[in-house]
Design a protein around this ligand. Structure first.
Ligand SMILES: NC(=O)C1=CN([C@@H]2O[C@H](COP(=O)(O)OP(=O)(O)OC[C@H]3O[C@@H](n4cnc5c(N)ncnc54)[C@H](OP(=O)(O)O)[C@@H]3O)[C@@H](O)[C@H]2O)C=CC1
Ligand SMILES: CCCCCCCCCCCCCCCC(=O)[C@@H](N)CO
Length: 359
């Protein structure tokens, strides 16, 4: 009997022959990894198919509601610089004329026109429909509609006059529904178009002081998502824009009566200039991106709150998949700090009230 045979047993033999089993988990891991790589490659290959063709702004007719001031005016300038024909829509005629002169400085050819239309976008649909018709007769069918007319009010829920809740919905929500309704049929017939809704970062998270405002901006999201699903086969793309605090007359007005809590929380994502914000929004609308956000906080907020919103590029979808868990973890810290701002302000108020009583 040789020494080798002395050590062998049926079990050891069996294990030796079947030792490749030990590698099974690694083999499975490799197969799964190969599948993931193949899937990602496939998605990248079909990505041009799902990304819309960019809109040519040169010679296009762009209607901007709220185009006489702030973000709307900057959006008008940005489009005009790229050769568009512009219709500015707002109520105050003097403000409109001043804005028209400002926009005209950025002409790139002598055919370009800026048209002013005075109407309240929130009160009567027939009026809105009529002015859009007039604008289309003069400058041709609308290629891009920017719904930017809006306003804000910040106050504690119980201190807000109930009328304000109605005002916010009428202007910020219905004031976007009406112009959109007035252009959509022609856009569908022409099988082209872009529609932008200007929401707010306060339309992605509900914030202290914005019970009326946030709700009206959240409403735009439902509208934008549902409309995008309807009009996508007609080659119409909807963009939902989420500005942070932006240095405009509206912000100055709002700051006069803003609760300290709202101010401290909003400052998290900084104060931006209207032309910075406008450049980003116009670029995204031209590309047909559904979501348009500003700055790192805006980016995180949008990935975090994307929910079932449409995806317009594979890269965007992949970024959302990869980052969502991480951003939620970061968000918990933000939420903690917002809660502590609110608690500190409450304690301070109570202390100063008591001090007042003692005096
Ligand atoms: N500034 C900011 O910090 C942020 C702003 N936003 C949103 O961006 C949008 C623009 O804001 P901003 O540029 O700051 O505001 P501005 O107050 O500077 O401009 C608002 C524009 O809307 C017009 N407008 C207001 N009410 C009506 C109405 N009933 N019918 C027609 N036009 C109207 C105004 O003209 P007129 O008064 O003559 O009608 C003006 O042209 C708003 O929807 C706002 O909620 C979102 C996040 C942050
Ligand atoms: C990972 C998670 C990141 C979370 C970041 C949170 C940042 C919150 C900032 C909210 C700013 C809201 C500005 C609203 C401006 C506005 O609409 C008014 N000024 C209109 O007048």
């Amino acid at each position: 009997m040789s020494s080798e045979e002395a050590f062998s047993s049926p079990i050891v033999d069996w294990l030796f022959v079947h030792s490749w089993w030990l590698f099974l988990p690694f083999i499975m891991l490799l197969v799964v990894a190969a599948f993931i790589v193949a899937f990602v490659l496939l998605l990248y290959m079909i990505s041009p198919l799902i990304s819309p063709k960019p809109l040519k702004l040169n010679g296009a007719h762009v209607v901007v509601t709220g185009g006489s001031s702030g973000i709307g005016k900057s959006i008008a300038v940005e489009c005009y610089r790229q050769g568009a024909f512009i219709t500015l829509v707002a109520r105050d005629e003097e403000k409109l004329l001043r804005a028209k002169k400002e926009v005209e400085k950025y002409a790139i050819n002598d055919k370009q026109v800026v048209l002013c239309v005075s109407v309240d976008v929130s009160s009567d649909y027939t009026q809105v429909e009529n002015v859009i018709k007039q604008a289309q007769e003069k400058l041709g069918p609308v290629d891009m509609l920017i719904n930017c007319a809006g306003t804000s009010i910040s106050a504690k829920f119980e201190e807000m006059e109930v009328e304000r809740f109605k005002e916010m919905i009428e202007l910020n929500y219905l004031g976007s529904v009406y112009p959109t309704r007035a252009v959509i049929t022609t856009m569908k017939e022409r099988r082209m178009g872009r529609i932008m809704f200007v929401s707010s970062q306060a339309g992605q998270i509900g914030l202290f002081g914005y019970t009326a405002y946030s709700a009206s901006k959240f409403a735009l999201r439902g509208l934008a998502e549902a409309l995008q699903m309807e009009v996508k086969p007609y080659n119409i793309y909807v963009t939902l824009a989420f500005p942070p605090d932006t240095d405009t007359p509206l912000l100055a007005e709002e700051n006069k009566s803003k609760p300290l809590e709202t101010k401290l929380i909003s400052e998290t994502s900084g104060i931006w200039q209207p032309d910075q914000v406008a450049k980003i929004f116009v670029r995204d609308a031209v590309q047909g991106n559904f979501n348009s956000s500003v700055g790192p906080d805006g980016y995180m907020l949008s990935a975090l709150t994307c929910g079932m919103s449409p995806v317009t590029s594979i890269t965007e979808g992949l970024q959302q998949i990869v980052t969502m868990g991480l951003f939620r973890s970061i968000a918990l810290f933000y939420l903690g700090s917002f809660d502590s701002i609110v608690r500190r302000c409450m304690i301070q108020r109570e202390q100063s009230k008591e001090a007042d009583k003692r005096e």
